[in-house]
Design a protein around this ligand. Sequence first.
Ligand code: AMP
Length: 420
Amino acid sequence: MSGKVSGVKGMNDLLPPDSSVWQHVEQTVRELFARFGYQEVRTPVVEDTALFVRSVGEATDIVGKEMYTFEDKGGRSLSLRPEGTAPAARAYIEHAVANQEPVTRWFYMGPMFRYERMKTGRYRQFHQIGAEAYGASEAAQDVELMDMVVQLLEALELKDISLNLNSLGDETCRPAYQEQLVAYLQAHRDELCADCQARLERNPLRVLDCKNERCQAVVAASPDIQTFLCEPCRAHFDEVKRKLDLLGIHYVVNPRMVRGLDYYTRTAFEFIASHPALGTASTVGGGGRYDRLVKQLGGPDVPAVGVALGLERLCLLLASEAGRYAAPPDLFVAFADAAAAEQGFVLVSRLRKAGLRVEFDPRGGSLKSQMKRADRTHARYALVLGENELASGKGQLKPMQGGEPIPVALDEVAAALVTR
Ligand code: AMP
């Protein structure tokens, strides 16, 4: 077969200079999350399909419609992970982490896979930054996570992102709410889209997530989960709000925000941006408490809360600043002749060893074309090596943004550049 092979639809290549934006976000995450005591966990991209069926839930869109599931050569049903919370919980249980420490704080970054309809900000391979905290059922743990996200958005200088907050109750109070919700939705069945009519049977809470305008109109007048919360859930939610107030974090209580996964209990939250670059994919991240999941997956009875942010969406918000995060070379070295190229090649290697970012054009060529190349790289300085420079051991650092050339001994170039 011949001809061009294209990449897979919905799965993107990341090229410079955009990759520098990603690196900037990833680096900011690593620095900030470390301040909060979150350590990195890396799990495989592929898991046993049963893991997601039992956690995310069979009746969710993610598991029911969007998973990349396949059989391996040993006949096992495996899936590309559609999210990171279940794999992290699986690893937490498998390595008996609860026996080693009472509170565990983990973060992860990596690709997730969902066979979704594509549009701006929605892909089939996308990347999430997630954090999970195991062991504490207190509101302080929920708020710590929200605080960490708020500080991340601030560090990235992202504005106009609002925090939506809700409590989904627990197994004590949610059934009564769910019953009333189903009764209400049944009464408005004809106004719902076909998908939601099916959801009504299988997983009625998901109707609240539907983006269809007519469904949203029905949802807007649906029962308010806040009025159903049992006393402990109410107290927990009040404490979450009080602690957010204490930190000066603004939020909006949205009683119809339930999120698309089954495992949440009590606190649920979403960070929503109002920025044209995202179109309708305005949720940059979300999370919540999942006090039952670890036990449900066969582990100890450990409460937990987590969050996941979409890396593509954060980077879309920063895209106009791609140039800002690319690190240009400190120096470009140009060679006037073959002898200079020979010695200069050694000098370039030495300068790199000394910690400088240095480039040259391996093709050689005319000085004019090499200087053009120097310009393209946005190098801070250029150094031309020729017969005179090699004979005298001296050269000139030419500032590429204009200004007087700076005389320098060739064996002191590194020192000269470090001080500038
Ligand atoms: P979820 O796990 O669905 O709560 O998603 C958490 C975050 O991941 C969302 O707020 C998005 O920022 C991001 N995300 C989810 N699905 C996609 C997708 N298909 N493409 C790009 N980003 C996504």
